[in-house]
Design a protein around this ligand. Structure first.
Ligand code: UD1
Length: 416
């Protein structure tokens, strides 16, 4: 198992080119199989989640070639409609393929999806949306069997604005005759990216970024060339790192419009932030002040994916901070590891109270999920002495060469 060894205490200086967004790329890959034409996607980050998605696509008979950060997807020979257990368990986003495969093959067999263990992560909202579209769904022995011979456009009302279920509802209905409306849709920027991509493929979708999305079914989609959006969570993680360690860093290719909830909190921690076009400049003296409250919410609220990195920052901030995690019920797995480093955190259900301490001390800690693992790396960058972050493979799911990014900014980090 690979680990990162971090000698903390260095301020960060320099420039980071922000990677393409993992959470946009995965649904884009699912969407790319909706046509027989070739689809070219730029800004594809080098991540294990992307590798797993490609494995699943290849298993369906889809050809995927990668040239650096460009992927060429050719689903003209799509022959499978089954996503087997071993592959689906690796990646929760395999669930998006349910909508795409149904659109193409009118049937699908998908194992229950996996992903980071950050809560129950049920898929009832996905299934209900499919049933609304007149798809017959049966669940048996860990598999979901779907028959979409009688697909019918309709009005779908999601019980909760689930990101994945919104994307799945769109992917299921773009090729379905008639008009489908998704109410209570998630408003995340990645859904806007999916809409933009589908529109370039010839789909008729409007409303992404709001809670009502309208899909006018078309007969076919065609190939396209598309630049995926930048990763707001990776950009946010790097911004938080600077707030913690101190230094000055330019985040190149970051969209501040998608990051307002984080940036407004960071500006209260004593950081100086300047946004200009697709650049965010962040300067910090490394002596942050606590933010009294962090409450995770669907976009445009504070993103759950930045809760753990933000908590790492609060552990060394002056004052007390109260976190409420509203999206996932098991997303405090980094807390025990941060406490090992000297953090003062008390949790009670979905709430965590963090009292800032003057310093953290390096020790051996275990990443247990993607964003929690990133939080431990940030803590290691700030801590006195050496921190060893084990099981870094969780972090590799979502951050492209994270140790190289921090090394380029002057941190002492190596992979072993
Ligand atoms: C996506 C993101 C993930 C992010 C999350 C919330 C991707 C690949 N992943 O995950 O990084 O943390 O949005 O912003 O884009 N739920 C149900 N039933 C369902 C679906 C969801 O109860 O059928 C619950 C989940 O358990 C969770 C909440 O709804 O508590 C939000 O989940 P959802 O928005 O669906 O997250 P994902 O799409 O899985």
């Amino acid at each position: 198992m690979e680990k990162l060894v971090i000698n903390g205490g260095k301020k960060l200086y320099g420039e980071v080119k922000i990677q393409g967004a993992k959470n946009a790329i995965l649904p884009l890959f699912a969407a790319a199989i909706l046509t027989d034409d070739k689809v070219v996607i730029n800004n594809v980050p080098d991540l294990s989640d992307v590798d797993n998605m490609i494995k699943i696509l290849k298993n369906l008979g889809v050809k995927v070639d990668r040239y650096g950060s460009t992927a060429v997807i050719d689903a003209s020979n799509l022959c499978g409609y089954e996503i087997p257990n071993g592959l689906a368990k690796e990646l929760r986003s395999s669930i998006f393929l349910l909508g795409s495969v149904l659109s193409r093959c009118k049937k699908a067999k998908v194992a229950y999806p996996g992903g980071c263990d950050i809560g129950l992560r049920p898929i009832d909202i996905h299934i209900k949306a499919l049933r609304d579209l007149n798809v017959e769904v049966e669940e048996s022995k860990g598999y979901i069997y779907c028959n979409a011979e009688n697909f019918k456009s309709t009005e779908i009302s999601l019980d909760y604005p689930s990101v994945g279920a919104t994307e799945n509802a769109i992917l299921s209905s773009v090729l379905c005759k008639g008009n489908t409306v998704v109410h209570n849709a998630a408003c995340e920027p990645e859904i806007v990216d999916l809409q933009n991509f589908l529109v370039k493929m010839g789909a008729k979708v409007t409303g992404a970024g709001t809670s009502v999305i309208k899909i006018y079914g078309v007969k076919t989609l065609h190939g396209t060339l598309y630049d995926a959006m930048p990763d707001r969570i990776a950009a946010g993680t790097y911004a938080i790192a600077v707030a913690m360690t101190g230094g000055t860093v330019l985040l190149d290719g970051a969209r501040y419009q998608d990051m307002r909830a984080l940036l407004s909190k960071l500006s209260k921690t004593s950081c100086n932030i300047i946004c200009n076009g697709d650049k965010i400049y962040i300067k910090s003296n490394g002596k942050p002040v606590s933010v009294p409250k962090i409450t995770t919410q669907p976009h445009p609220g504070f993103p759950t994916d930045l809760q753990a990195p933000m908590m790492a920052l609060q552990t060394v901030s002056d004052g007390v901070s109260i976190f409420t995690e509203n999206i996932f019920e098991n997303r405090y797995r980094h807390v025990g590891e941060l406490i090992k480093m000297g953090a003062d955190i008390v949790t009670n259900g979905r709430t965590a109270v963090i009292k800032g301490v003057p310093y953290l001390t390096g020790t051996e800690v275990y990443a247990q999920d993607l964003r929690g693992g990133a939080a431990l790396i940030l803590a290691g960058l700030k801590a006195e002495g050496t921190t060893i972050v084990k099981d870094v493979r969780y972090v590799d799911r979502g951050y492209e060469k994270i140790e190289e990014v921090f090394r380029s900014l002057g941190a002492e980090v190596r992979r072993e």
